[in-house]
Design a protein around this ligand. Sequence first.
Ligand code: CA
Length: 224
Amino acid sequence: MKILVVEDERRLAGTLRVLLESRGFEVDVVFDGEAGADYAALDIYDLLILDVMLPKLDGFQLAQAVRARHCGVKILMLTAKSDVTDRIAGLNAGADYYLTKPFDTGELLACVNALLRRQGDQVDALTFGNTALDLSTGMLCRGEEHIRLSAREFDVMRFLMQSGGRNRSKEALLTKVWGYDSNATENHVEVYVGFLRKKLAAIGSNVRIEAIRRLGYHLEVGEP
Ligand code: CA
């Protein structure tokens, strides 16, 4: 398996290389965000390990650029900041996981193994019609086209896809996605279904979210 490390602290980059190579990974190391983007564009890596503070293009921008292009690759972010807003920024940018510096090597290896094992072992995409929902990245994909879903949109879409073409009541969606205790109402369900319809249209999906009055929603394949 191939890993790309983008880290401008050369000592840490060197340590990561030695560590990962000792575990049988093939490792490439680059020291700035632009080089990182060029290498990532080769599409040959199973995992990208990105520092956040990087010259030229930071780790968030790099993760976003990668996610804008394709669905599969895992991204682990390394950050000196432990601040919650940075974590959220990183996850929104498309990172699968985070480590806050300084981390120990055992922790890093555990993360790398967890991220790579997740790939392939279990179902990592649901499909309906010409469209796939990538469960590890939260991307909705149709051929080369893809769009990122918010956490809530993802949960709604996943539930509908898992249901195949079966109808799901708004109540079931509310319980499944928002939970028993939430203050969310059926309006929330309608709003998120609206978001999802726009996103499906944006990628040219032939999947439609059909509403049956008072009964809820189901997926159908129709005209893109
Ligand atoms: Ca740095």
